[in-house]
Ligand binder design. Structure first.
Ligand code: AKG
Ligand code: FE2
Length: 292
């Protein structure tokens, strides 16, 4: 059975990350977060997730706590989605140029990228293993489309072990067709230290592991970067107040969906023109600057 490759985030290049993800569908990046980022994220998120109730359903976990809208809960969210070993890798897999006719010109067009979901996930003692699934199923993706629409990250905020529910992954399953059934015997647990991260394509079969410990909660935090032409899994427009989005750098505002992609996706009409909606945040940025 193929194991997940581990790269050291302190020295790995983006090309190393891309070549392993291309082959295996996923890779573990050790030291993905700096000690300061790890400590900051833990301080911001652990008290909040511990207040969450468990038991939504069997798929989401009967003894699992979930916390979303993370850009409203930790500023380190921005560091994750712009991470130099994550964002460029996501663009590589997701923003694949396409060609199409428009009148006389055979145009090359490339989609943009956006944050699809942000969620902290805490798997409690006794939680059974989650059904193996592909996360791009959320937006009805199919292998028949011949390309990937998501690169996801799962960061360990506590150590991930085979015993405490480290994410189960089937390496190589991003290349399977829609019909092949994933078997649990093919999956391997993600074992990594807090601060490390698993990057995996939307087409990789995976699932939360079984937590066989007496009292350990396994805490991970996941973000997805998706093609700009699929619906965001988490509705950031409604979950995050515009003032909050405006308080992030423009790159992050755009990743949250306050942007136009290509010539004709995500516009709003202003004086008869199809306009990039990012300008709506500018007055909010200014009033924030004046207030501080
Ligand atoms: O918590 C995990 O390890 C994975 C959870 C997951 O894959 C999901 O909820 O979609
Ligand atoms: Fe999942």
């Amino acid at each position: 059975m193929v194991n997940l490759v581990k790269l050291d985030g302190a020295v790995a290049s983006i090309d190393d990350v891309i070549s392993v993800v291309d082959r295996d569908g996923g890779v573990i990046i050790e030291n993905f977060l700096t000690p300061e980022q790890l400590c900051g994220m833990r301080n911001d998120l652990l008290p909040l997730i511990e207040e969450q109730s468990t038991g939504r359903d069997v798929f989401f976990g009967m003894n699992t706590r979930r916390l979303s809208a993370l850009f409203a809960k930790t500023r380190y969210s921005a560091d994750v989605v712009t991470h130099p070993l994550y964002l460029p890798a996501a663009r590589h897999f997701v923003c694949v140029p396409q060609h199409r006719w428009s009148g006389e010109s055979f145009m090359e067009v490339t989609c943009d990228i956006q944050v699809g979901v942000s969620q902290a996930i805490q798997i409690g003692p006794g939680e059974g293993g989650q059904a193996l699934h592909r996360d791009d199923g959320a937006f009805f993706w199919s292998r028949k489309f011949g390309r990937e629409a998501r690169l996801q990250v799962m960061i360990a905020l506590s150590d991930f072990t085979a015993e405490n529910g480290g994410t189960m992954v089937i390496p190589g399953s991003h290349r399977w067709d829609d019909e092949r059934k994933p078997q649990i015997e093919e999956a391997i647990p993600t074992e990594m230290k807090a601060g490390s991260a698993l990057l995996f394509l939307g087409g990789v079969y995976h699932g939360g592991g079984t937590n066989r410990t007496e009292s350990e909660w396994r805490t991970g935090v996941t973000f997805a970067l998706d093609a700009s032409f699929v619906r965001q899994e988490e509705n950031h427009y409604l979950a995050l107040p515009p003032e909050l989005v405006a308080s992030y750098p423009e790159e992050v505002q755009r990743l949250l969906g306050w942007s136009m992609s290509g010539r004709a996706l995500g516009w709003i009409e202003v004086d008869g023109e199809l306009s990039d909606p990012n300008f709506l945040l500018k007055p909010l940025e200014k009033s924030r600057a004046l207030a501080s």
